[in-house]
Write a protein that binds this ligand. Sequence first.
Ligand SMILES: Cc1cc2nc3c(=O)[nH]c(=O)nc-3n(C[C@H](O)[C@H](O)[C@H](O)COP(=O)(O)OP(=O)(O)OC[C@H]3O[C@@H](n4cnc5c(N)ncnc54)[C@H](O)[C@@H]3O)c2cc1C
Length: 296
Amino acid sequence: MKALVVYPNKEALYAASTLGEYAALAVGDAELKAAEGAPVVYNVRGDPRDLGLRISAVLQLAGQYDVIIMPSLKETKTIGGYMSQKLNAPFITDVVSLRAEGGKLLVERYVFGNKATASLRANVPAVLTIAPGKFLGEPPKASTKVVELSPQSAGLFRIAGVEPKASGGVRIEEAEIIVSVGRGFKKKEDLAMAFDLAKALGGQVGCSRPIAADLKWLSEDHWVGLSGHKVRPKLYLAIGISGQPQHIAGILDSRIIAAINNDPNAPIFQYADYGVVEDLYKIVPILIRKAAELKK
Ligand SMILES: Cc1cc2nc3c(=O)[nH]c(=O)nc-3n(C[C@H](O)[C@H](O)[C@H](O)COP(=O)(O)OP(=O)(O)OC[C@H]3O[C@@H](n4cnc5c(N)ncnc54)[C@H](O)[C@@H]3O)c2cc1C
């Protein structure tokens, strides 16, 4: 089976390589670098922010490939639906495993906010996005043949303006320890406690949606959950977070979940390996002190 990777990264390239022949489509220098080692790389000329370019390039190449594979990103969920409609192909998101059998694709994908997986048998062509952290092998390195492409943008999107995104310089999806804050914190200044604890533990600070999206106390790169980042740390410590399904969807791959909440009925305790029913303002300073003592 032949696969074409769009928005190339290591995991998508590896997933594609497990199916057989594969190629990558790159728009801009960063993607060209990420695609290095793929047997064929289509170097698409144009503005990497123009989603319509990728759509046009995929439609131009689609007849040569059985499967279009992309990482799970906001952009790929947008363009994937459009490609699938144009190619009359199924669009399967959040794929966790993948193999070809008898000309069909056998796919497992997350369902119910990542709480379960569904097994599907899909016809090709198919358009897929893969869940992060599920395709962790090394794609075989080939000498890359670069093919230049200059498609006309599908013109579905217009860049109305460009503003730098507020960023705390955090890559929360890669953190091994996450101290995550929710609306249990009464004011922005109190988050300093969480930063102190994260520092003492050698971790990063994450947050629930209201902290980033509504209150804007932290930038979006801290945001964990269904519409934020999916994380898979060794330890996820949820402080003052109730544990609504949209938050839980982002943390189920954590090795250990611990929670501090003053409501014994908070749903987070159903998912926590360890829980403390107490006022966070009482417990967090104790944890900071203990973590500092252990470091000595
Ligand atoms: C389409 C959609 C997508 C969404 N995506 C996301 C997402 O990606 N991520 C996400 O997080 N949410 C998401 N949400 C929002 C989600 O439904 C919840 O509203 C949100 O997760 C709640 O945030 P919270 O737990 O911080 O706040 P709350 O639900 O208000 O919980 C605060 C908790 O703090 C506890 N608390 C209060 N005071 C203290 C104290 N002194 N000490 C200890 N505990 C205390 C309370 O008991 C409570 O459990 C989404 C919603 C929708 C509709």
